[in-house]
Write a protein that binds this ligand. Structure first.
Ligand code: SF4
Ligand code: SF4
Length: 248
């Protein structure tokens, strides 16, 4: 059955989604136009909601030398919270008889790098206007730098979209290049569509992140050094009244 929604209904729905998601803990919410992307990536769905939840600044402040058990716990907490927030967004869309899905499954790259998917959440986030891809290959947002985790919900709802971000705002900054203990960050400015390999060595990152995490007894490939090093993160920490800690 085809259900028709007026422009006003859709605008109200989008406002409600933003309000409910923020109430449920979302730090940023945006709406992305997926129509220029290939169907194998989007499953033919033309819109997406991109959601981010900021990491606790007190935990991020301890990441100068690599992952901590507190970061591991925070990483899990935020992943759980994101699952709840995206489920809420999907429910709100389905209540209006729209299709809503988390998108194509994640696959491990053949080179053993960070997991990849035909439609990364960070690509959706840039198209939702939330930020750009930094030298470190993470989404960088003006409010939280890369110190947030993101997810997305794909839908056939004809939403009003943000203007996509298609260029890096890293400028001449090289802090994550200098900070990365794996030499994984190549220092090249991102533009939309550039292959990840050209800006970042995923295999080198995974290897180093696993080593650093294992040294702390953490069974997860997490690092956090480039998140900490970013000046946009440092701005978030200062705004939150948190002084960075250099040692663990
Ligand atoms: S997560 Fe760690 S190893 Fe990977 S790019 Fe960032 S600083 Fe380098
Ligand atoms: S540290 Fe600098 S180069 Fe790296 S992501 Fe942040 S702004 Fe970009």
């Amino acid at each position: 059955m085809v259900v028709h929604h007026s422009r006003e209904d859709l605008a109200t729905l989008q406002s409600e989604i933003v309000a409910r998601l923020q109430q449920a803990g979302a730090s940023v919410v945006g709406f992305a136009d997926l129509s220029p992307l290939p169907e194998r990536a989007t499953g033919g769905l033309k819109s997406a909601i991109s959601v981010g939840i900021a990491l606790n600044p007190k935990v991020v402040a301890g990441l100068a030398a690599g992952p901590t058990t507190r970061y591991h716990a925070e990483y899990d907490r935020v992943n759980g919270a994101l699952a709840q927030v995206t489920a809420l967004a999907a429910d709100m869309l389905r209540e209006r008889r729209f299709v809503a899905t988390r998108g194509p499954a994640t696959v491990r790259t053949a080179d053993g790098g960070r997991d990849t998917t035909p439609l990364p959440h960070k690509t959706v986030a840039t198209r939702a206007g939330l930020g750009w891809i930094g030298h470190c290959a993470l989404l960088v947002t003006p409010a939280f730098g890369p110190a947030l985790r993101i997810s997305s919900v794909l839908t056939d709802a004809p939403l009003t979209h943000a203007v996509p971000v298609e260029r890096s705002r890293c400028g001449t900054c090289q802090r994550c290049v200098d900070a990365c203990p794996a030499g994984a960050v190549r220092g090249r400015l991102w533009t939309a569509g550039i292959p990840r390999d050209q800006i970042y060595d995923a295999a080198a990152c995974r290897k180093k992140a696993s080593e650093l995490a294992a040294a702390q007894g953490i069974e997860e490939t997490i690092c956090g050094i480039c998140i900490f090093a970013c000046p946009w993160t440092q701005r978030y920490l200062r705004r939150s009244g948190v002084a960075p800690r250099v040692s663990r």
